[in-house]
Design a protein around this ligand. Structure first.
Ligand SMILES: [Zn+2]
Length: 461
C-alpha cells in the first residue's frame, strides 16, 4: 500500500503535450506520484473547470544582465517571481563569462547571484565568445550546462565561420546543443552606417538597421554549418518569414534543429517604431527588431506546422525612464530588449489556443515541454508524468486579465502589451508540490529555487 499522497488535485482537465484527460493528479514529496481517478490525499484541491498544465519552461531570459553601459532592471528575485505569476516555473538564463574568466568561474558567478534569490529552478546556457574557451566545454557539460550560445554579430561576442565550426564540433562531441543569435553582421553594420551617414538616428530607424535578410542569411548559413558538423542546433528568437521557411526546409531534410520564436514577433509589428512619442518607440527597440505583418503570419503558420517548436520570452527588461530614455538621440545606444517573462504562457493561450490557431496540447508543448526537451531537463520539467517535479499550473481558461504595466510584477516601468485583453490566466502556480502563488497572492515567504542541471538535449518533434 502506497503512502498517503500529500496533495491531490481533483476534477481538473490534465493537459500535456501529448493529450488531455479528466483525471486526478497526486503529489508526494514534491513530485507527481499518481495520475488516476478518485485519488485521495492529506489535502484535496478542487480544480473543477480548470486546466492542470505543466508549469511553463521559459528557455530564454536575461535576468541581472549587464551591458556596456547599464544592467537589466529585472533581477533574479523579481524576474522569477513575475514569471511564476504568469505560470512559468522554470527559467533558463545565460552565462556570459567576463574577459579572463573561465567558463567554470562564469558559471559559479551566475549561480551565486541567483542563490537565495530565484523563486524558480533555473538552468544556464553558456555563451562562447572566444574559441580559446572551447577545451572547457567538456567539463561544463559535467556541471549541467549542455547548451552553448554563439553570436554571428554583436562586436565582442561575434564569432567568424571558422570559429563557429570549431564550437559546433566541440559541442557535438559532448552531445550538447548550439544556440545561435543569427544575423549577418556585415549587413547590419552596413545598414547602420548608411543610417548614421544620413543622420537618421531616432528610435524609429532602428528596424532599418537590421534588415530581415540579415537574419535569413545567417540562419540559413548556421543551418548549413550545423549540418556539416552534424550538431544539434537551436535557433533563438526567429522573427522573419524567410528564417522559419529555412528552418522548415532543414527539418524536412531531417536535420536536428529547434526553432524558437517569441510572443513579440507574433503579436507586435514594426509600426510600433513609428510612435509619435520616441520614448514609446524606444520601448520596442530589440534585436532582431519587430517585423512586418507578413512575417507575423508566416511565423504563426510555422507554429501550426510544427516548424517552430519553442517559445521563449527573450525577456530583457530596461526601463523607459531612465534607461531607454537617456539614449533617445541615437538608436545605437538604446539598450536593446523588451520585457515579457510574465505573460508568455497566457498570451500564447489567448492568441494561440483561443483563436483556434493551436491546440491546447500544442500550446503546452511550445511553452513547456519542448523547451524542457531541447535543453535536457525533460521529463523532470515540462511534463505531467509520474516522477516529474510537481511544477504545475491551475489555469482558468475563462479568467480575464487586462494587461497594464501596473498589473504586472515585472520590474520595469512599461509593458509592450499595454491594453491587451486576455482570456485565460493562471489561478495557481505550484512548484515542487508547494503553492507559490494563488490568485495573484504569493504564499511562500522566501525563494526556494535551485540550480538545475541540464542533460542531453532531446530534439522535439
Ligand atoms: Zn536573448
Amino acid at each position: 500500500m502506497m503512502n498517503e499522497l500529500d496533495l491531490v488535485i481533483h476534477g481538473g482537465l490534465l493537459v500535456s503535450d501529448s493529450g488531455s484527460q479528466k483525471a486526478d493528479l497526486g503529489i508526494q514529496d514534491g513530485k507527481i506520484a499518481a495520475v488516476g481517478l478518485n485519488l485521495t490525499g492529506k489535502e484535496m484541491l478542487d480544480a473543477s473547470g480548470l486546466m492542470v498544465i505543466p508549469g511553463g519552461v521559459d528557455p530564454h531570459v536575461h535576468l541581472n544582465m549587464p551591458t556596456a553601459t547599464t544592467v537589466t532592471s529585472e533581477d533574479w528575485f523579481s524576474g522569477t517571481l513575475a514569471a511564476a505569476h504568469g505560470g512559468t516555473t522554470t527559467v533558463l538564463d545565460f552565462v556570459e563569462p567576463l574577459p579572463g574568466q573561465s567558463l567554470h568561474e562564469g558559471l559559479q558567478a551566475r549561480q551565486s547571484e541567483a542563490e537565495g534569490q530565484a523563486w524558480l529552478d533555473y538552468g544556464l546556457h553558456m555563451t562562447i565568445a572566444d574559441v580559446k574557451l572551447i577545451p572547457q566545454i567538456k567539463s561544463l557539460v559535467e556541471e549541467g550546462v549542455s547548451s552553448f550560445k554563439i553570436y554571428t554579430t554583436y562586436g565582442d561576442m561575434q564569432l567568424n565561420d571558422y570559429e563557429i565550426v570549431a564550437v559546433l564540433d566541440a559541442v557535438k562531441e559532448n552531445h550538447g546543443i548550439v544556440m545561435v543569435h543569427a544575423e549577418n553582421d556585415a549587413v547590419v553594420r552596413h545598414a547602420t552606417q548608411t543610417l548614421v551617414n544620413e543622420g537618421k538616428l531616432e528610435p524609429r530607424w532602428h528596424p532599418h538597421s537590421r534588415p530581415a535578410l540579415a537574419e535569413v542569411e545567417a540562419v540559413q548559413r548556421m543551418i548549413y554549418l550545423a549540418r556539416v558538423s552534424g550538431t544539434n542546433l537551436y535557433l533563438v528568437h526567429l522573427s522573419t518569414g524567410g528564417a522559419v521557411k529555412a528552418a522548415g526546409k532543414a527539418l524536412r531534410d531531417g536535420q536536428n534543429l529547434v526553432a524558437e520564436t517569441c510572443p513579440q514577433y507574433l503579436l507586435l509589428n514594426r509600426e510600433r517604431y513609428q510612435d509619435e512619442n520616441p520614448e514609446m518607440a524606444a520601448g520596442f527597440v530589440c534585436s532582431p527588431p519587430l517585423r512586418n505583418p507578413n512575417d507575423q503570419q508566416a511565423i504563426w503558420h510555422a507554429l501550426r506546422q510544427k516548424t517552430v517548436l519553442s517559445i521563449g520570452s527573450d525577456h530583457c527588461a530596461f526601463t523607459i525612464h531612465p534607461q531607454k530614455q537617456v539614449a533617445l538621440g541615437d538608436f545605437r545606444t538604446i539598450p536593446g530588449g523588451i520585457p515579457g517573462i510574465e505573460l508568455r504562457y497566457p498570451m500564447m493561450y489567448h492568441f494561440g489556443v483561443r483563436s483556434g490557431m493551436l491546440s491546447p496540447e500544442q500550446w503546452v508543448a511550445l511553452c513547456s515541454t519542448n523547451p524542457a526537451k531541447s535543453f535536457g531537463i525533460w521529463p523532470q520539467k515540462g511534463s505531467l508524468m509520474v516522477e516529474a517535479d510537481a511544477d504545475l499550473v491551475l489555469f482558468d481558461p475563462n479568467k480575464e486579465f487586462s494587461v497594464t504595466a501596473d498589473h504586472l510584477h515585472e520590474k520595469v516601468d512599461y509593458t509592450p502589451y499595454e491594453g491587451f485583453a486576455l482570456k485565460g490566466f493562471p489561478v495557481m502556480t505550484i512548484i515542487k508540490g508547494r503553492k507559490l502563488i494563488e490568485n495573484g497572492e504569493v504564499l511562500m515567504d522566501k525563494p526556494t529555487g535551485n540550480y538545475l542541471k541540464c542533460g542531453t538535449p532531446v530534439i522535439p518533434a
